[in-house]
Design a protein around this ligand. Structure first.
Ligand SMILES: [Zn+2]
Ligand SMILES: [Zn+2]
Length: 268
């Protein structure tokens, strides 16, 4: 069984193509399942659509879910379609997000940290590159603290691209290694699944998380899953084979998928 749980589409304002194009691309690629997981709206904002280039409007979310459910039925003979969302994690609003997600037939929720300390982790990246070492250490503590809180919240089935901030640290494991290990332990204790995200490979950043983190995750028994983070249909399933090779070398024998919020073990 081959699958990709992390895909976007035009609703978020920075991805190309409709959901159906991603499903067709996945079927053509030969995947047996595809999860659609566009960025969550800013549910706690006072406006309906505060950031059109980052996420869909809150009022659009029901239509988003309906469309996936309709396509799940339409494509059931060709490919399994799963209903997901890549959710931001704001500790002060997580209860509200959880309450909203419970109203929908979601198969899984990916929790991702995109904003720490008011700074977007992958937009306006220059802000990060201007930080000195002391500031970077402060940001590191906040970022990994948020990851641990997200795992402990119990709202998310999967934690997305956990070492996304790696690009800002010259010696990532040297600077962040202790916190990475502490965070991986929290993942193991809470039972949350860690995503292996392949979108960094095209930027020569390798997988997120990197090999060292994956080896730690394996040592602590953290389940892992696969996501391309495709923002274009053509990228669906990208690097599946090499990630499977990497996981087998580390010692992983299975991947985690989700149906109806329940984990499903997939042998590799
Ligand atoms: Zn995106
Ligand atoms: Zn993300």
């Amino acid at each position: 069984m081959t699958f990709d749980l992390h895909t976007h589409h035009r609703r978020c304002g920075h991805a190309a193509g409709d959901i159906e194009e991603y499903i067709r691309a996945a079927a053509d690629f030969g995947l047996t399942a595809i999860g659609i997981s566009d960025h969550s709206p800013y549910f706690a904002a006072s406006e309906d659509h505060p950031a059109p280039g980052l996420a869909m409007a809150a009022s659009e979310f029901p239509r988003y879910i309906e469309e996936i459910v309709r396509l799940k039925k339409k494509y059931e003979d060709r490919i399994e379609v799963l209903v997901g969302v890549e959710s931001d994690f704001f500790p002060e609003h997580v209860g509200k997000y959880d309450q909203i997600y419970r109203q929908y037939p979601l198969d899984y929720i990916i929790g991702s940290i995109h904003v720490t300390n008011g700074k977007h982790v992958s937009q306006n990246m220059h802000i990060w590159y201007e930080l000195d070492e002391e500031q970077l250490e402060r940001e590191r503590d906040i970022y990994f603290g948020l990851l641990q809180q997200a795992a402990k919240s119990g709202v998310f089935h999967i934690i997305g691209h956990m070492d996304l901030v790696r690009r800002y640290y010259r010696d990532f494991m040297g600077t962040c290694g202790a916190l990475v290990e502490q965070t991986v332990k929290v993942f193991a204790e809470t039972g949350v699944t860690m995503e292996i995200n392949t979108s960094g490979i095209m930027r020569s950043e390798g997988t997120n998380p990197c090999l060292e983190v994956l080896e730690l995750a394996h040592r602590y028994g953290v389940p892992v899953t696969f996501g391309s983070d495709a923002h274009k249909p053509v990228r669906v399933g990208e690097h599946w084979e090499e990630v499977m090779r990497m996981l087998k070398e580390i010692g992983y024998r299975e991947l985690q998928m989700f149906r109806g919020r329940q984990p499903v073990r997939i042998p590799i």
